[in-house]
Design a protein around this ligand. Structure first.
Ligand code: CU
Length: 371
């Protein structure tokens, strides 16, 4: 048994997605079929499509930020029912592996098959003209119907705005969580944020919420200044327009360095600057940007020995099935504003436009529907 589904398929790296009708097989044991209501393009989709990510498997259905409705469940599924509203999780949560037991969001239960673009039984559920189409990040939300492992869906609390909550599936949660969970940011402290896209702006929103005394936004595009300040940045620096290296500039203007820095770009030199612009003794720098290939970060050990800490953050330290519903509730309570992240709304037929806008940094998020 299978259903017909409108999907944007990435047939080859570097080529636009093609809107075609694919076949989606019904869910097997411990799998669920979800009808995607809203999805958006995130940097990782663009990066994988570009072909720069060697782990990208083609042809595939990209997409990993979304909300949807469970329409069918396989045998043994107990955590959701047909009709439940869910956020697909590119970071599953089995609750039983070594990572889950420690409360960390690095669940290993299905990581092998997820990385190969197939379901836990080793096969994909998608096909086009009889040929297999592979999954992406265990979610593949650029298809009206998709199949996920049951541990890869988080239930959405009753009454949530499904379109906006879709944005909590990756980027916004990462930025908010890096500040709150990974940095455990202390009120009254100072911060620098490198890279003013969705991650950086979400970080700024949380910094403001937690009472940062200074929020220094850094980008190489002056058009980002207005946006950064609307979200709560107190200062903006174009790192291309200053003379000294950005870390020296920030150390100078903050009398020794910022208390925290958040790096939301994939350049390792910026990551190095992120550490080096923090204060001796207690500075903490968090890396959220994903660097390409074999690039390495580097700094003088002196910077660490003198009390700075270098840390990475993935999905803001938020666990999917247990932690994400709490973030959704915080949004519902008015603590997280998702409206300013929505740049456009469009249908799936325009998805290549959304990809270009994301690639060029012209959209924060475009909300995509299937009809
Ligand atoms: Cu993402």
């Amino acid at each position: 048994m299978s259903v017909k589904s409108k999907a944007a398929v990435a047939f080859e790296p570097g080529k636009p997605l093609e809107i075609v009708e694919i076949d989606v097989q019904e869910p097997k044991e411990h799998e669920v079929m979800v009808k995607i209501d809203f999805t958006s393009v995130c940097h990782t989709d663009v990066y994988t499509l570009s072909g720069n990510d060697p782990s990208g498997i083609f042809p595939c259905v990209l997409g990993h930020e979304a909300t949807g409705t469970v329409v069918q469940i396989g045998e043994g599924v107990t955590n959701v029912e047909v009709g439940d509203k869910v956020v697909p999780l590119w970071k599953p949560e089995c609750g039983e592996c070594e990572y889950c037991k420690r409360g960390l969001n690095f669940c290993s239960a299905i990581s092998d098959t997820q990385g190969k673009g197939v379901m836990p039984d080793g096969t994909p559920r998608f096909s086009y003209k009889g040929e297999p189409i592979y999954h992406f990040m265990g979610t593949s939300t650029f298809s009206e119907y998709t199949v996920l492992a049951d541990i890869s869906v988080a239930k959405i609390p009753e009454g949530a705005e499904m379109d906006k909550v879709a944005l909590l599936g990756c980027g916004v949660t990462t930025g908010l969580g890096a500040v709150k969970n990974d940095a455990e940011f202390k009120s009254g402290s100072t911060a620098a944020v490198f890279g003013i896209g969705t991650l950086g702006l979400a970080a700024i929103q949380m910094l403001k919420e937690l009472g940062a005394s200074r929020i220094i936004a850094v980008d190489i595009n002056n058009e980002k200044e207005k946006l950064a300040k609307e979200f709560g940045a107190t200062e903006f620096i174009n790192s291309d327009e200053i003379d000294p290296p950005i870390q020296e500039y920030i150390v100078e203007m903050t009398d020794g360095g910022v208390d925290y820095s958040f790096v939301c770009v994939g350049h390792t030199e910026t990551m190095n600057a992120g550490l080096e612009c923090t204060h001796k003794g207690w500075g903490l720098s968090i890396i959220m940007g994903v660097a390409s290939g074999q690039d390495k970060i580097s700094t003088r050990p002196f910077h660490l020995i003198t009390g700075r800490t270098w840390k990475g953050s993935s999905f803001g330290g938020v666990t999917g099935r247990t932690g994400l519903p709490k973030i959704i509730k915080a949004h519902m309570a008015g603590e997280i504003d998702l409206d300013p992240f929505i740049t456009h709304r469009m249908t799936i037929d325009k998805i290549n436009e959304a990809i270009e806008l994301q690639e060029d940094g012209q959209s924060l998020r475009d909300i995509i529907t299937f009809e």
